[in-house]
Design a protein around this ligand. Structure first.
Ligand code: SF4
Length: 512
């Protein structure tokens, strides 16, 4: 009977074999030292006043609001600049081969920032700054981010720099009773509040900007609204009342909703569909400049998905493990609570922003194509959103933005071919963002956008004919009724997909 080798024998034989191969190929012998997670100095409460927390990876609105919420909890905090191509290069220089590109962008962005501080003559950077980010055990390469940060920091000369990981913090040696950053319920709820508000401001911006009459109004009001809500978060004032004021501020923007624009839904990998810079070729602003109305994805959808998927797994296990009952109940309540909270803030904005998509429906739409128990990245969401956008007439076109080398999103792309075959009307384009290749990516999107524009125009022509009015009559009627020029007027969903088509359906009867 063959002898079973233990782990050490296997490792030693593997090493011997590698040495033999190197000999045969005439290569030099080399000693390799595998990277090991270093023991990290804790960040203690006594250091809160002298240390700045760095973070990043969200939209500008989310980052500004999150920073203010954290300041309200007594932290000094600074968002990193939006990662650019230089950050990507730095990330590649210090990172391992074969990572997906958000790793390179985000790791590079941190090293880039620290090097700039150093160049400006800052001292004691490793003591005076810490970096906080989300961690994960996978199943995709998200599980590698923590190690990549630590390795790149060590190799770029910041070996003592501290990286604080939430999700895993309570189990790691970073946590002690004296830890400065407590991942408590209060901390979590504060971040959630900032995320919901960031989602709402972004949605208002992308909904209103394409129709503003005076260019620049929306960006100006966005900046004022971020300031106002940021102050509310920092000073623990009522966010609901803050949102009421934000509604009035946006209402001062004059809009022309008769402009026919295709709606372009953004989906894809979390970071690629969130960042507002080189990481996705500045896709959202560029689409607007090309005449589209962009439907950005709220972070809230992903948060609710995380609750939903935990419940989904627990429900599967319930058949064999009745102890899961209370867990399922808690997760149901968490989901209901999160949606109620979201709707409460929508109410303050006169329901101008959309409700979160129904997770059960997304799963139902995706289930014919994708196993909803598969994790990693956005799981089945990319498929569900594409089907929903087409079947429920939410958008004329869907773009899936995914970073170079993203494993879960590439799997989804394979499946999307089948979705597009089943939904003949679907205009879908996957864009892999690699940092370079911007011109070719944009030109591919442009071709699909042309189809989407034609679709939006045809939809409008059919509607005008069916209702027996002309666009000039509608424009004249709208011009005489100022409420239709108010940016926060809630356009009822009537017919078709474009905002202009909904407006025509709303007023056509009265025009005649
Ligand atoms: S979802 Fe894709 S891009 Fe994001 S961490 Fe995972 S593998 Fe990387």
């Amino acid at each position: 009977m063959a002898k079973v080798m233990d782990k050490h024998e296997i490792e030693s034989k593997t090493r011997e074999y590698a040495e033999r191969l190197r000999d045969q190929m005439g290569l030099q012998h080399r000693a390799t030292t595998p990277f090991e997670k270093p023991f990290e100095r804790p960040w203690t409460k006594a250091e809160i006043e002298t240390t700045t927390v760095l973070f990043g990876g969200l939209t500008l609105a989310h980052e500004e609001l999150t920073a203010n919420a954290m300041r309200g909890m007594g932290y000094k905090i600074q968002a990193l600049p939006v990662p650019d191509l230089e950050a990507l290069q730095i990330g590649k220089e210090y990172g391992n081969r074969g990572q997906c590109n958000p790793t390179y962008f985000t790791v590079g962005s941190l090293v880039q920032y620290l090097k700039k501080l150093e160049a400006q003559g800052e001292t004691d950077i490793e003591d005076r700054y810490v970096f906080v980010t989300a961690g994960s055990c996978g199943p995709c390469r998200f599980g590698m981010y923590e190690a990549e940060y630590r390795q790149a920091l060590r190799d770029s000369g910041f070996g003592r720099f501290r990286v604080l990981i939430f999700q895993q913090a309570p189990e790691t040696e970073q946590s002690t009773e004296d830890t400065a950053l407590e991942f408590s319920a209060k901390f979590g709820l504060t971040l959630l509040r900032a995320f919901i508000l960031g989602d709402m401001l972004n949605e208002l911006g992308y909904k209103i900007r394409p129709y503003e009459v005076n260019k620049g109004d929306t960006d100006r009001v966005m900046a004022e609204a971020k300031e106002l809500l940021g102050t509310a978060l920092r000073e623990s004032k009522s966010v609901f009342l803050g949102l009421r004021k934000v509604k009035k501020m946006f209402n001062s923007i004059e809009v022309d909703m008769t402009r026919v624009k295709p709606k372009v839904k953004i989906t894809g990998e979390f970071w690629a569909q969130t960042t507002e810079g080189d990481g996705n070729y500045h896709m959202f602003r560029w689409l607007e400049s090309e005449g589209a109305e962009v439907l950005v994805e709220p972070i809230g959808t992903w948060i609710e998905y995380k609750i939903w998927i935990a419940r989904h797994h627990a429900e599967k296990e319930f058949a064999t493990n009745k102890d899961k009952k209370s867990m399922i109940r808690k997760l149901k309540l968490a989901q209901i609570g999160f949606r109620m909270w979201h709707n409460f803030y929508r109410m303050a904005l006169g329901f101008k922003t959309d409700p979160l998509p129904n997770q059960a429906k997304l799963a139902e739409y995706a289930t014919a194509y994708y196993n909803t128990h598969l994790g990693g990245g956005e799981g089945h969401l990319e498929i569900g959103k594409n089907v929903m956008a087409t079947k429920d007439k939410h958008a004329h076109m869907v773009i899936s933005l995914k970073p170079f080398g993203c494993m879960p999103s590439t799997m989804s792309d394979g499946v999307q071919a089948r979705v597009v075959a089943d939904y003949k009307d679907a205009i879908f384009i996957p864009i892999e963002t690699s940092g370079d290749g911007e011109v070719s990516a944009r030109s591919r999107v442009q071709m699909k956008l042309y189809e989407a524009k034609k679709k939006a125009r045809a939809e409008m022509d059919e509607l005008l004919e069916a209702r027996g009015v002309t666009i000039e009559q509608v424009q004249s009627y709208v011009g005489e009724h100022p409420k239709y020029a108010n940016a926060m007027w809630k356009l009822p969903e009537h017919h078709g997909i474009s905002s202009a088509a909904n407006l025509v359906a709303e007023v056509a009867g009265r025009v005649k």
